[in-house]
Design a protein. Structure first.
Length: 132
């Protein structure tokens, strides 16, 4: 059974969150300006792939599943739902930190994954669903 990804915002709201103009959307989605305006005004429903693209442009990772709900990609880092930031250089340093501390990264990750899975239901393939 596939799980649905809830799209809880309109095209206009996601477009604004992504910081895209109508002209940007005409280029990105390769459609006429009238088409984007009809999506923007709620006259026509855009394809679900358009919503997914807007979520990506807005930096939202919710569509990846429950483990990623609330995480956001920023230009220079990833932001957690709790407001913590992790930068690319920190991700690169993790391997060296484990090694320097003499810790078994694989074992620790397995334990953390098990704990996480207790709190989050299993993730299955997703389908996009528009919520009005």
């Amino acid at each position: 059974m596939k799980k649905s990804i809830v799209i809880d915002k309109s095209f206009f709201e996601l477009r604004m969150e992504a910081g895209l103009s109508i002209e940007d959307c005409t280029l990105i989605f390769d459609v006429h300006k009238r088409t984007v305006k009809s999506w923007n005004d709620g006259i026509r429903e855009p394809p679900k792939a358009v919503f997914l693209c807007l979520m990506l442009y807005a930096g939202r990772l919710d569509f990846l599943g429950k483990n990623w709900r609330g995480f956001r990609i920023r230009p220079d880092c990833i932001e957690s739902p709790e407001g913590d930031f992790i930068y690319s250089y920190e991700v690169r340093a993790i391997r060296y930190l484990y090694h320097a501390a003499g810790m078994n990264r694989t074992g620790i990750c397995r334990n953390l994954e098990a704990i996480s899975n207790e709190n989050i239901a299993d993730d299955k393939p997703h389908t996009l669903v528009r919520v009005s």
